[in-house]
Write a protein that binds this ligand. Structure first.
Ligand SMILES: [Mg+2]
Length: 380
């Protein structure tokens, strides 16, 4: 990571770029043969402690919602072509982002009508006359899951995700990694429940992510689920039992496996490289879209993820709560740690932005303080 070595893009079986998948398997097997993450066969119902029992309905609703939204996204991605628009902030939005938000919000509002939902998308774009065909498309993709869907209902469901924060609220990214979704790479549906500023539940559906990166012919599509105090678990998107996941206990920081976004604007690469050089981190980062990166660290396949705001944005750039909440609890409950660049906990009480936090440091746990100290030494 210390040099300009090429990054390894994670391209996965079943997607367009099969050759890169072969390269990836070789890299991971070469690095970690025999050292896979610690897994336990867990029957979550028999192992629930009190804190999980308290959130049983929330888990069931969140799981059903993200799985359904993932199916909608996959249905959209199977189309030879699908509608993509550019939002005011110049980021892309597709009919799948909007349809997924409609599905998840409808589910949450039906089960927990008092809970505010703070989601990424708004239906404003669908209410413009020039986007009438997009509204029809979104409604058509929602209907197989909610036969009562009409254009008006879809708009209401999407806008149900535009609430303000409350003492208890949900935050939703209906597609995290929209550019990856469009490209045919990784993306995720991310949902988290927050009470009094504490993340209590996180559910992530990653429809294009293999169950394990170092296996030949792994099942594709996973769900991560974590509940505060109850551990972090993984399950195939297609169904089956949840299994407990744990981070790798890395003790030698030079052997850390970094992971980063494919999008070069998400973090300051030169400063990441300066940190890697300072800590003598030997491994080249792997690159992957979406907050599935948190899940990959949580299941022991990587160890370090940084979001260092680009220098030109650093003064005022802040992260969105929906880009990190679900990932942060999945990683923390698996033994990892997530803070900002100053080592401060993420503050989910302010608004849609993590306005009290500068950047993100997500690690397997054992190396966290060493990374924070190094960032301070480098003035990052
Ligand atoms: Mg999004």
């Amino acid at each position: 990571m210390a040099t300009e070595a090429p990054r390894t893009a994670i391209a996965l079986p079943g997607l367009r770029v099969g050759q890169r998948a072969t390269l990836l398997r070789w890299r991971w097997e070469d690095s970690y043969a025999g050292s896979g993450c610690q897994r336990y066969n867990v029957d979550c119902r028999q192992n629930q402690d009190q804190s999980i029992v308290n959130y049983e309905k929330e888990q069931q609703v969140a799981l059903a919602a993200v799985v359904m939204a993932a199916q909608l996204c996959q249905n959209v991605r199977r189309q030879p072509d699908f509608s993509t628009l550019t939002k005011a902030d110049r980021s892309p939005v597709t009919l799948a982002d909007l349809g997924a938000q409609a599905l998840v919000c409808q589910h949450l509002l039906a089960a927990f009508p008092q809970d505010p939902i703070v989601g990424e998308e708004s239906a404003d774009i669908l209410q413009k006359p020039e986007n009438a065909s997009l509204l029809r498309d979104v409604t058509d993709f929602v209907k197989p899951f909610l036969p009562q869907a009409t254009a008006t209902a879809v708009i209401d469901w999407i806008n149900g995700g535009n609430a303000q924060l409350g003492p208890r609220y949900w935050t939703l990214d209906p597609i995290d990694g929209t550019k990856g979704f469009i490209r045919g790479d990784q993306y995720a549906i991310a949902l988290a429940l927050i009470e009094e500023g504490q993340i209590k539940l996180g559910a992530i559906a990653a429809p294009a992510l293999p169950m394990a990166l170092n296996q030949l012919n792994p099942e594709i599509g996973v769900v991560f689920m974590a509940v505060a105090g109850g551990g972090s678990q993984i399950r195939p998107l297609s169904g089956g039992a949840f299994q407990r996941i744990q981070t790798r206990p890395v003790t030698d920081i030079t052997q850390v496996q970094p992971i980063e976004s494919l999008e070069s604007t998400h973090s300051d690469r030169p400063r990441q490289q300066a940190l890697a050089a300072h800590l003598d981190i030997q491994r080249t980062p792997v690159a992957l879209d979406s907050l599935a990166k948190y899940g990959i660290i949580a299941r022991g396949e990587a160890d370090l993820f940084l979001r260092i705001p680009l220098a030109q944005y650093a003064a005022n750039y802040r992260e969105n709560i929906w880009d990190h909440a679900a990932g942060a609890i999945v990683l923390a409950e698996a033994g990892g740690q997530v803070t900002d660049l100053d080592g401060k906990p993420l503050d989910f009480t302010i608004g849609p932005k993590l306005s009290q936090n500068r950047g993100i440091v997500a690690t397997c746990g054992s190396i966290h303080q060493q990374v924070i100290a190094a960032l301070a030494e480098l003035g990052i």
